[in-house]
Design a protein around this ligand. Sequence first.
Ligand SMILES: Nc1ncnc2c1ncn2[C@@H]1O[C@H](COP(=O)(O)OP(=O)(O)OP(=O)(O)O)[C@@H](O)[C@H]1O
Length: 318
Amino acid sequence: MRDASVPKLSYHVILNASAGTASATGVTSQTLEAVFADRGLDVTVDSDPDVSLDERVKRALESDADVIVAGGGDGTIAALAGALAGTDKALAVLPLGTVNAVARDLGLPLTLEEAVAGIADGELRPIDIGEVNGRLFLHMAAVGFVAGIAAAREKVRGHFGLLEFIGFSRFFARRLARSRRMALAINPDEGEARVERAQAFAVVCSEFSEGFGRMFSRDRLDSGTLTLYVVRHLSGADLIRLTLGMFLGRWRQDDALRIEHVREVTVDTRKPTVKVMLDGELANIETPLVFKVRPLALTMVMPAQTSSQTPMEGTSAA
Ligand SMILES: Nc1ncnc2c1ncn2[C@@H]1O[C@H](COP(=O)(O)OP(=O)(O)OP(=O)(O)O)[C@@H](O)[C@H]1O
């Protein structure tokens, strides 16, 4: 946590000009400097296209800035989060990517002006992050019809009415028809080691909330645990029941799911590598997969919430 006497935070933006929205809207250093200046924020923008992202992340770490701002999509955030975890610098997000899955999951504003306003008025919150074989995730790692899960998630965020519900169900069913069950050797830090056949599994930082219309969203980001969701079987009937249950906010007891809270869990498959969807980015990772939680490892600039959380001292009325 930052000392309340810190008068003003400084910001270092890494603008990834090749990220979807950044390139589509032609955002430049000048654009960002102007928007930050409007809020009275002290900013440096690195938009150097000739230097690799890794090198720019290194420069940001070596800078004096208190907050490093990812101006890009999920890949840019992942690169920065990995470097900032465990340091005293905080991470903020300008969602200039294509999907911006992480920004959506964290409930961050999605337009540039709102995002900068959110940074100016936001607060510093340490959050848990997950790790699998050295790769970080802020929200979820998923295996097995992962593309389906990730894309379906995009369909159910925000407003969720009847049309979205039907679209989600049809999309999911098509993906499902093509998917196969796999044998998983699961070994949690506490609890029973076993082999299960499953259609898919996901490891989530903290856990998904249960409640009407609350699909794939989390109330807490700092529970100190991961939640392992194993989808054991998923026939058409399972799918309808589970989807409806999720929509209605009653799904945790479903027989098709096994849910377990862990600090660490090893999952092995028969394949030497598996495709893992990490916060919207697909990665091929060698098995066994060793998932671990890193409690409160990353400090993020988040929208201000309650008085119990740490305010961004000196930044709001700069
Ligand atoms: N970790 C990384 N290392 C090197 N280059 C990266 C990395 N992550 C992303 N990039 C490069 O930056 C580009 C933009 O990626 P980013 O994920 O930030 O935006 P996006 O793909 O448009 O958005 P989203 O991932 O939210 O859909 C990628 O096409 C890739 O060329």
